[in-house]
Design a protein around this ligand. Structure first.
Ligand SMILES: [Zn+2]
Length: 426
């Protein structure tokens, strides 16, 4: 009944290396091309595939097990040809670099360096190493760091290759123990509503709303505005290099904060029975919004997608499935089952007031309930009738570090956001 999938992921990085190392790596990928051609040539001569590797390994100027991996990759191409004979037979006279496939801790190695960076060491040729630091997508780096520190994750083969003149390393990681549960098998859906300065969460089971939480991060919005003003000022002064430094600093700050928030979200979800995390697919919505300025574009763009992405892959690490729903009406609609009116009072941004039934709620919590309901529908649940909603709790994460306990609640505001106790009917 369950259709759990093993977790395999390919992580792409750029290699920051010196020019002589670059030449060495380029030579190695040219050598890999020769290995490829020779493999294909021998395979066409009907040489036993098990013997090809041994025959080539002695001549190739590569680390032995790396030669074996490259031969295996070339034979994959040959096998594809035999299995799907509508493709052309691989040629043994191809030119240019070929990916250098290497075994972890044999043909290449990775270590956690100072400042949380990941250092690599590739045996390009026998006794000749290319070393440096991996650069690239922050999310991919974060997964790799997790893999380096956790026994559950196995780092597999990697391929060193060239993309547009830049050397890259593509690393395969596999989680041998953990699998992602099939989302159809869920007992709780957690609706996630991401905003510029908070994220609202609502856990919905077949019994009703289990709990709601709003995690506030006003400091991210504040810092982004502050950096924006600073960058604008140096840009007007013609100091483009300073501008770039500030931009890098801002991005690191925002990413670091968003990672902490996403960790908090996943931890919160883990308290519920078989959770599935539901996000709004904002792709379509963004296309339809007309952003006037670069400021608007940046403010709206970054946190939404990044927070969703960080949360979804951290959930994957924990075996929690995710689902995506259409965001239409999630913020306008009254979440109560017997109302579901889509006209709200717009006077106060953070307070939802339904123009039909008069119910008041924290606007983003109301939206997160709608996201959860849509998620439940997508999983073909009979969505429970919601006649009232539980109190919403608000926590603020401090910039100083990990604060998992609620630090700020709004006891005075609570009455506005509360509409009696959770109720279930039918
Ligand atoms: Zn209503």
């Amino acid at each position: 009944m369950t259709d759990a999938q093993a977790l395999v992921k390919t992580l792409d990085f750029q290699l920051a290396i010196q020019s002589d190392n670059k030449r060495l790596l380029h030579d190695a990928t040219r050598e890999a091309r020769d290995v490829y051609n020779e493999t294909i040539r021998l395979a066409k001569q009907d040489v036993d595939w098990d013997d090809i590797s041994t025959r080539i390994a002695d001549d190739a100027d590569l680390v032995k097990n790396t030669t074996q991996r490259v031969v295996a990759k070339a034979l994959d191409a040959m096998e594809n040809y035999y299995e799907y004979d509508d493709y052309d037979q691989p040629s043994h006279t191809t030119t240019g670099p070929y990916p250098l496939r290497a075994n972890y801790e044999e043909g290449y190695n990775l270590t956690l360096g100072d400042d949380n960076c990941v250092e690599f060491r590739i045996s390009a040729k026998p006794y000749k190493h290319v070393t440096g630091v991996l650069r690239g997508n922050d999310a991919h780096l974060d997964i790799l760091r997790t893999a380096l520190e956790s026994d559950e994750w196995r780092i597999g083969t990697a391929e060193a290759l060239w993309r547009g003149g830049t050397p890259e390393l593509h690393v395969n990681v596999t989680n041998t123990e953990q699998t992602v549960r099939d989302k159809q098998d869920s007992q709780t859906v957690v609706g996630v509503d991401v905003n510029e300065d908070n994220v609202a969460l609502t856990a919905l089971s077949e019994q009703g709303v289990e709990d709601s939480l709003v995690i506030e991060f006003p400091e991210i919005k504040f810092e982004r505005h502050r950096y924006f003003t600073m960058r604008k000022r140096v840009q007007n002064a013609g100091k483009d290099s300073v501008h770039d430094v500030l931009e890098g600093r801002e991005e690191r700050y925002v990413r670091d904060r968003l990672h902490k928030v996403s960790r908090h979200i996943v931890e919160w979800c883990q308290q519920f029975e078989r959770a599935c995390i539901v996000f709004e697919d904002l792709k379509e919505m963004r296309d339809s919004i007309d952003y006037g300025t670069r400021m608007n574009r940046r403010l709206h763009h970054l946190p939404f997608r990044a927070l969703q992405y960080y949360t979804s892959y951290k959930a994957t690490f924990e075996g929690i499935p995710t689902a995506w729903i259409n965001p239409e009406y999630t913020s306008q609609m009254c979440a109560l089952t017997n109302c579901e009116h889509t006209e709200k009072c717009n006077r106060q941004k953070k307070r939802f007031k339904c123009l039909e039934c008069g119910r008041q709620d924290h606007a983003d919590r109301n939206a997160s309930v709608n996201v959860a309901k849509k998620g439940a529908k997508q999983l073909n649940w009979t969505v429970p009738a919601l006649n009232s909603l539980p109190t919403v709790r608000t926590v603020r994460r401090q910039a100083s570090g990990a604060v998992d306990a609620p630090t700020v609640t709004h006891p005075t505001a609570r009455s506005h956001y509360t509409d009696g106790r959770m109720g279930v009917s039918e």
